[in-house]
Design a protein around this ligand. Structure first.
Ligand SMILES: [Zn+2]
Length: 284
């Protein structure tokens, strides 16, 4: 069986790393992209995993409860989108505990999953994720030459199927990339879906789907928001303004096309926690 897990990292536009430390107008929100995403997935009856920032969870209470009741995964994306590799381990541990508790209080269920902001995680911090009671991590991605991302060592883990690793009942789901001409192309990223023309993205994803058994997508509310761009804070580089805006008008259409392509290739849509259950049953 081949599986696809779509995930939305629920953060607002001002949480993006290239705005960090800048004066952003936080009263302007692009979280309406969550509703757009929900509507698209619900129209295909597809479940999803949602990685939520603790600091905005209260403003999304109704949404999160509904999503959880409908069988979606509510997981943690940390608290305020500070990159874990820039934090000491003690505050890191407190923040991932706090965000787990916050989400559990809202949905009334155990929160299993964690994804580090910017995939910024190392083995020491991954062990802390496991220690504080998470059962799933999805922060591992193979990137070439990307300064923000950590290199996540999985010594001692066993590989269940390619891109899924486990250490006892703790699972790591690697985010999909495609090796191409000596580089890793993140075919799973909302940013890449926006930026590349669909005709190119489709070819790469088709190739990936034929060779693999797990496809993951990660996308963000701002990418799907129907609102206009925010007033970018002073000092935002022109290249980042461009990167932020590029392809926002076409991404919804591409998301529909992507879902159809994945279905045609015989993949089954699921969530990380449902997939973890499946893997545990296969092992025993
Ligand atoms: Zn994020």
């Amino acid at each position: 069986m081949k599986y696809a897990v779509f995930s939305l990292d629920i953060e607002d536009w001002y949480h993006l790393d290239y705005f960090s430390g800048k004066e952003c107008d936080r009263s302007y929100s692009m979280l309406d992209g969550l509703d757009v995403y929900r509507e698209i997935l619900e129209s295909y009856d597809i479940p999803s995993s949602y990685f939520v920032l603790g600091e905005i969870a209260d403003s999304l209470k109704t949404n999160l409860k509904e999503l959880s009741e409908q069988g979606n995964d509510i997981a943690s994306h940390g608290w305020g989108h500070v990159r874990p590799l820039t934090m000491e381990v003690v505050p890191f541990e407190s923040e991932i505990k706090a965000s787990k508790e916050k989400l559990e209080n809202i949905i009334g269920k155990q929160v299993m999953g964690y994804r580090a902001p910017c995939f910024s995680l190392d083995r020491e911090r991954l062990d802390i994720v496991n220690k504080v009671g998470y059962k799933i991590d999805s922060s591992r991605i193979k990137f070439t030459n990307h300064p923000l991302y950590g290199d996540l060592n999985l010594d001692g883990f066993q590989q269940n199927i390619p891109a899924i690793y486990s250490l006892d009942d703790f699972f790591e789901f690697e985010v999909s990339t495609l090796p191409l001409a000596g580089r890793q192309i993140p075919v799973s990223g909302g940013g890449y879906l926006r930026i590349f023309p669909w005709i190119i993205m489709k070819k790469m994803i088709e190739y990936y789907l034929e060779k693999n058994n797990l496809f993951t997508l990660y996308i963000h509310p701002f990418e799907l928001s129907s609102r206009t761009n925010p007033d970018f804070p002073d000092g935002t580089a022109g290249s980042n303004k461009f990167r932020f805006s590029l392809g926002r008008s076409t991404v919804i259409k591409k998301l529909h096309a992507l879902i159809k392509l994945i279905q045609e290739k015989g993949y089954q849509f699921t969530t990380f926690s449902a997939l973890r259950e499946k893997m545990i049953h296969q092992k025993t």
